[in-house]
Design a protein around this ligand. Structure first.
Ligand code: IPM
Ligand code: MG
Length: 370
């Protein structure tokens, strides 16, 4: 039996706890059937933490996250906390974790599974077989740049300020993640910014070009302005393999890319930090979808993005590629069998709720890996 791996589970708000529960069943399955054991600690984040502790995430929870081998995050936020100021909103939990743990590379895959090819609003011919990886810088740029704030001017007018700022090493380290990933995929990186209007974008382009020349000449590198990239993603998404981009553009482009698949409820993500001298790398895994307060508590949320996030966790944090693949294949087979949660319903399929979907994944796991 391999040594235990420590996992901090942060279900959060809305549908978070419901979909994380289904991952718990997958973890139990692995525990029973394979040589993987987890020491699991659960804690509060987001609105749940605000209600109980007054803040979206406490320093203790941040410390636990830092100590864990990996963090599995659900989702945070909801109308109940919508009127809070920036510094106290539930979103501070995820922004705080990214910043405090140095989780600078946010990996957001957009893949179209064959059984879901007609779930996209785009024609099946455009998206069939789509497999894109967006690498979004996630601890810098305009999300964190100074100065920032809202001030009142002498004439009584108000002025809101945010600052887009990137340094060489911030660009290089996220670039490396993208190039390394590309080498294991189709070997293509498209770097996206607005070098035509922004100095930070120009620097981004220069640094990526130099990094490519110096360390990754074997990978194909192209550059694309972010607005064009948005357009190309809709026009011909399969031209892309890995896209690497800034925090803000990555936020936009990854939402766009996710909808190419037609199923936000299906998409996982990983956010990785730097590997330290002992080979440890902080990492957080979460679905791309939010807390979906409108359907929370009804037992109808799609647990697959959360389950696939856990598969990414196995792959990137624990080198358990076989187990990750087993889970991914089980998910595809469940979908091929015609089961659907409400968000991915189509004619001729059977509608099921969260826990039936989770059970179906376990059944396929039994068949494939039992
Ligand atoms: C995301 C979300 C977050 C972001 C919010 C919740 C702060 O939109 O992860 O894409 O903007 O980064
Ligand atoms: Mg977003």
């Amino acid at each position: 039996m391999a040594s235990n791996k420590s996992l901090l589970v942060l279900p959060g708000d809305g549908i978070g706890p419901e979909v994380v529960r289904e991952v718990g069943r997958v973890i139990d399955w692995l525990d029973r059937r394979r040589a993987v054991r987890f020491d699991i600690t659960e804690d509060l984040v987001g609105g749940a933490s605000i209600d109980a502790r007054g803040v979206a995430i406490t320093p203790e929870v941040i410390a636990k996250a830092r100590a864990a081998d990996a963090v599995l995050f659900g989702s945070v936020g909801g109308p109940k906390w919508d009127n809070l100021g920036f510094d106290t909103r539930p979103e501070q939990a995820i922004l705080g974790l990214r910043k405090e743990l140095g989780l600078f590379a946010n990996l957001r895959p957009a893949t179209v599974l064959d059984p879901l090819v007609s779930a996209s609003t785009l024609k099946p011919d455009v998206v069939r077989g789509l497999d894109i990886m967006i690498v979004r810088e996630s601890t810098g740029g305009i999300y964190f740049g100074e100065p920032r704030g809202i001030e009142t001017l002498a004439n009584g007018e108000r002025r809101g300020v945010n600052t887009e700022v990137y340094t060489t090493h911030e660009i290089e380290r996220v670039g490396r993640v993208a190039f390394e990933l590309a080498r294991k995929r189709q070997n293509k990186v498209c770097s996206s910014e607005k070098a035509n209007v922004m100095e930070s974008g120009l620097l981004w382009r220069q640094v990526m070009t130099e990094l490519h020349k110096r360390e990754y000449p074997d990978v194909e590198l192209t550059h694309m302005y972010a607005d064009n990239c948005a357009m190309q993603l809709v026009r011909n998404p399969r031209q892309f393999d890995v896209i690497v981009t800034t925090n803000l553009f990555g936020d936009l482009l990854s939402d766009l890319a996710s909808m190419l698949t037609g199923s936000l409820g299906m998409l996982p993500s990983a956010t990785l930090g730097a590997t330290d001298e002992f080979g440890r790398r902080p990492a957080l895994y979460e679905p791309i979808h939010g807390s979906a307060p409108d359907i929370a508590g009804k037992g109808i949320a799609n647990p697959l993005a959360q389950i696939l996030s856990f598969a990414m966790l196995l792959r990137y944090s624990f080198d358990l590629a076989d187990e990750a693949l087993l889970i991914e294949q089980s998910v595809t087979r469940v979908l091929a069998s015609g089961l659907r949660t409400a968000d991915i319903m189509e004619a001729g399929t059977a509608r099921v709720g969260t826990s039936v979907m989770g059970e179906a994944v376990l059944r396929e796991l039994d068949k494939l890996g039992g």
